[in-house]
Structure formats: structure tokens, C-alpha cells
Ligand binder design. Structure first.
Ligand code: FAD
Length: 293
């Protein structure tokens, strides 16, 4: 399995990657495999599989990442968080991930468990992703590690400046590339990039893009990621919120233009949050790659 940093280093064209989550039901799993089969037609650089809140999908994340990688011959990364685990427990899971053939890890702190306001480290565990990344390195695991970044600031951070200082710690600890939280204003991403480059963060930074498939999602994304939306996008989508075909057309056109501009700005790739659905991500990448159906 190829290491993700190597993919970015050797790519001659932008790398398109897709993110999935482990489904709760066997039917969901069948649909996931169908979605990946569809998406593999546009030759993605790699895929990733998330780690459920509080480590709830641990075994599924490992199994599904490994199965998808083998079945579709794709490089893959498993996401991993340090929520609820001490060093000994984390070491065991990391071994399990590595033994299943996975070489790439998206190393995260994770969110506080449901109902809890603040993240609490467990005894013998970690408070921040940078500590997890340092531990993984110190233990001698040879994962290629990615980490998360937040162009519009992590919700808990006091300021974007302090968040970027913490981001620098993650990179200095051993994160080889960064994938961003979803965002819709490229100007915010550009300012963020300028800031992190000034602070000496020089690893590849991959914009994370979420296709909008319903008007209700806009409020959800605002609550989840505290991201800004261009007013014109919101009004254009509101106008057709009850016309599914027109909504889909306007929304995917927006994503295509957003990605095109990001690639022009020098983005080494685009990471699409698929929510396990293939159509929008497939159409966006087909259009960007100018592929025929
Ligand atoms: C691309 C991407 C993928 C994701 N995948 C998953 C997933 O699979 N599963 C999941 O549960 N969640 C996932 N998340 C969500 C993520 O777990 C949350 O956003 C979480 O709140 C922060 O994780 P982190 O790794 O960025 O944390 P950190 O980098 O530890 O940062 C968290 C907060 O702590 C602050 N901080 C960091 N270091 C220090 C320090 N030394 N001193 C003081 N403050 C510090 C930061 O500024 C920030 O406010 C993902 C997010 C992104 C962007």
C-alpha cells in the first residue's frame, strides 16, 4: 500500500481523495462498497475511513479500511483518535491497524463524547493530537501520518493564531500532510494558508470539500464546523431548495468552481467528504478531470 505523502510528492496532477465512514448496518456496508466501486472509476489517489466518535467504530474502521484497500487496489488511510484510551490501549490498537496492512493514519484527538462539553484526557492518555503523533513516532510505528487543520479556526481555539501555533506542534511532531475541515469560502482558506506558511508550516495542505446535497445541511455545517458561506451560494440554493435536480446542479457547479480555484491556487489535491454517497463526488471529480461518463 502506498504512503500518502509519497502520492502527493510524485503526483503530476491534483490528487483526488475520498472520505467514507463505517456504516452501522450490513445494508449500509453493501451501499458503501457500491459507492467506492463507482468512485474508483475516477481513479482516486487514495481513500480514508473515519473513526467513530469515542472510538465507537474501532474494529469496523480497521476492517473496512483494509477490505476497501484490497478490493479496489487503492491506497487507504484509517482515521484514529485518542478519545478514551490510555497509552497501553492505544498501542494495542495501533498494532492491530498496522498488522491489517494499513500504512496511513489520520491522527486526531477526537471530539468530547456526546453530552460532554470539553475534551478530558483519560489517565495515561493524551490531551492533543500532537501528543498522539509524538507517541506514535516514539513507539517506532512507521505510519505516514496526516492531521486535521481548520481554515476558519478550531471551535475550541481562542484565536486562529493560537490554533496555528498548535498546528505547528502537530507538524513538528511528525504529521506529514494536513487535511482541512470543510469550508466554502476560498478566501478564508487562502488567508489561512498564508498564515501557516508564515509560521513555517510547509507540508502539503489539502482542502476538504463537502458537496451540499440539501438546504438543511447548511445550518448543520455551520453548527458543526463554524464555517462561513458565501451569501450568493446560500440564496442560489435557497431559491431551488424544493427542486432536487436544480439544487443538485447548482450545488455541484459551485463545488466544481470552488475546487478549480483551489487547484489554481496550488492545492496539491482535493479531499471530498462523500458521506458514503457517490453521485456528487463522482460528478465533481469527473468534471474537474474532464472525464466522460
Ligand atoms: C480532516 C478531518 C478528519 C476528521 N476525522 C475524524 C474522525 O475520523 N473521527 C472523529 O471522531 N473526529 C474526526 N475529526 C474531528 C476532530 O476529531 C475534531 O475536530 C477534534 O475536536 C479535534 O481534533 P484534532 O486532531 O484537530 O485536535 P488537536 O490538534 O489536538 O486540536 C484540538 C484543540 O486543541 C488545541 N490544542 C492543540 N494542541 C494544544 C496544546 N499543546 N495546548 C493547548 N491547546 C492545544 C487546538 O488549537 C484545538 O483547539 C476530523 C476532523 C477533520 C478536519
Amino acid at each position: 500500500m502506498k504512503k500518502i505523502l509519497e502520492i502527493y510528492k510524485t503526483a503530476k496532477t491534483p490528487v483526488y481523495s475520498f472520505e467514507f465512514f463505517p456504516p452501522k448496518t450490513p445494508e449500509g456496508e453493501v451501499k458503501l462498497f457500491e459507492a467506492v466501486e463507482e468512485l474508483s472509476k475516477v481513479d482516486p489517489g487514495y481513500i480514508t475511513v473515519t473513526y467513530g466518535a469515542g472510538g465507537s467504530t474501532r474494529d469496523k474502521t480497521i476492517r473496512i479500511t483494509s477490505e476497501l484497500a484490497k478490493k479496489f487496489s487503492l491506497p487507504a488511510a484509517a482515521h484514529f483518535t485518542c478519545v478514551g484510551g490510555n497509552k497501553d490501549e492505544i498501542r494495542v490498537i495501533l498494532k492491530q491497524i498496522r498488522e491489517s496492512g494499513i500504512e496511513n493514519l489520520m491522527a486526531l484527538r477526537g471530539d468530547p463524547p456526546k453530552g460532554e462539553e470539553a475534551f478530558k484526557k483519560v489517565e495515561g492518555g493524551f490531551s492533543h493530537a500532537s501528543e498522539l503523533i509524538s507517541f506514535i513516532k516514539a513507539e517506532g510505528f512507521d505510519f505516514c501520518m496526516g492531521a486535521a487543520c481548520y481554515p476558519e479556526k478550531h471551535p475550541e481555539a481562542a484565536s486562529l493564531e493560537s490554533d496555528v501555533d498548535n498546528l505547528k506542534r502537530k507538524v513538528d511532531s511528525g504529521a506529514s500532510y494536513l487535511v482541512s475541515q470543510l469550508f466554502f469560502k476560498n478566501s478564508n482558506f487562502e488567508s489561512f494558508l498564508n498564515l501557516i506558511r508564515k509560521k513555517g508550516i510547509n507540508v502539503p495542505v489539502i482542502p476538504g470539500i463537502m458537496p451540499i446535497t440539501s438546504f438543511a445541511q447548511i445550518e448543520r455545517f455551520k453548527a458543526m464546523a463554524a464555517c462561513e458561506f458565501p451569501e450568493k451560494l446560500v440564496s442560489d440554493l435557497e431559491e431551488v431548495k424544493d427542486q432536487p435536480q436544480e439544487f443538485y446542479k447548482r450545488s455541484t457547479n459551485f463545488s466544481v468552481s470552488q475546487c478549480r480555484e483551489l487547484v489554481k491556487m496550488g492545492a496539491p489535491g482535493i479531499h471530498l467528504y462523500t458521506l458514503n454517497q457517490s453521485p456528487a463526488s463522482l460528478d465533481i471529480v469527473r468534471e474537474l478531470k474532464k472525464l466522460k461518463e
